[in-house]
Design a protein around this ligand. Sequence first.
Ligand SMILES: [Zn+2]
Length: 80
Amino acid sequence: MIVCDLCGQSKDCLQKEIAGKEYDICFECWTLLAEKLKGKGRAKNREAIFLHPRPIRERDEEPEPHPGEPPKIQGTDRVH
Ligand SMILES: [Zn+2]
């Protein structure tokens, strides 16, 4: 028997790695944890959709002024 890291009861525990650490977690606690993680995952997915409403590239694709063309001078018709 191994003591569960979550509920502290001596049960048959599963060894699970969470965030780089190993835990002994009984089946009941693991089920609860898995449900919580599932819920988090869903929330994150929803966030991700809001974070990418449209491509960010839009501004990069604006036509740039041609560097070879001379700058337009305004009001030349008023010289005469
Ligand atoms: Zn437990």
